[in-house]
Design a protein around this ligand. Structure first.
Ligand code: CA
Length: 234
């Protein structure tokens, strides 16, 4: 299924690079490796990969600069591979146009799921012939854009207009992390700092749609970064 997809793996640590490329090859992706930012930029422009996995700590360049340069001319999906505890870097990378991030150490299935989601998003964005979705269904959660109705277990959920806007925005980006700043700007505009209000609204949404708001299934918290609506209930 993945036979024709080419992934550019930008990683300077040989052990990690070998580990990731083995997983990808086993799953029928073609893999191209770069261990410096400079090689990464050359290979991106010469081979047009279908997806880029980008380590932020590279020997010759900051990974963030590699990201900015690639985004200067390409919309290829980019997943950041980053060390634990670098929340500020993750947020910066997402705000600069990275599609997602994955934190080391990570599991095989998590990596593959992130790749599938990012590739799917990109196909959706590129293909103008695909009809606009009129609803999103995840498990028993239904967000019906046409009727402006949200249902869980076939029961209508009563949301405030702001809560509805937040859930629509997340559902239009399923599988993808939206940063706090991005959500606040999209919902309240660029001139306010509503991070606290966002948290309150999110707590209210969870109380209304989750069976156990303390262990949410639909909208996950990415600590220090933002929120992600899941693609599917596992
Ligand atoms: Ca590194």
């Amino acid at each position: 299924m993945n036979k024709n997809l080419l992934i550019l793996l930008i990683e300077d640590e040989l052990a990690i690079s070998n580990f990731i490329s083995t997983i990808l090859t086993h799953n029928n992706y073609n893999v191209m490796k770069a261990d410096t930012g400079r090689d990464a930029l050359t290979l991106t422009s010469s081979h047009c990969p279908d997806l880029v996995l980008l380590d932020l700590g590279l020997p010759d360049m900051d990974g963030i600069d590699v990201l900015k340069k690639i985004r200067g001319w390409s919309s290829v999906p980019i997943i950041i591979v980053s060390a634990r505890g670098h929340e500020r870097e993750k947020v910066e990378a997402l705000d600069l146009g990275a599609d997602d991030y994955i934190t080391k150490p990570f599991g095989t299935s998590e990596l593959l799921a992130r790749i599938r989601t990012a590739v799917r998003h990109n196909i959706k964005i590129r293909d103008d012939n695909l009809p606009e979705l009129d609803k999103v269904i995840i498990g028993t959660l239904i967000i019906d854009y046409e009727k402006r109705v949200v249902k869980v277990d076939d029961k209508e959920v009563h949301l405030t207009p702001i809560e509805y806007k937040i859930i629509v925005l997340l559902s239009q980006n399923v599988g993808k992390v939206l940063t706090h700043d991005y959500l606040v700007k999209e919902i309240w505009g660029p001139y306010v700092n509503e991070n606290q209000t966002l948290r309150v609204n999110m707590a209210n949404i969870r109380r209304k749609i989750e069976v156990n708001p303390a262990e949410p299934k639909y909208i996950l918290t990415e600590v220090g970064v933002g929120y992600r609506m899941v693609d599917e209930i596992i």
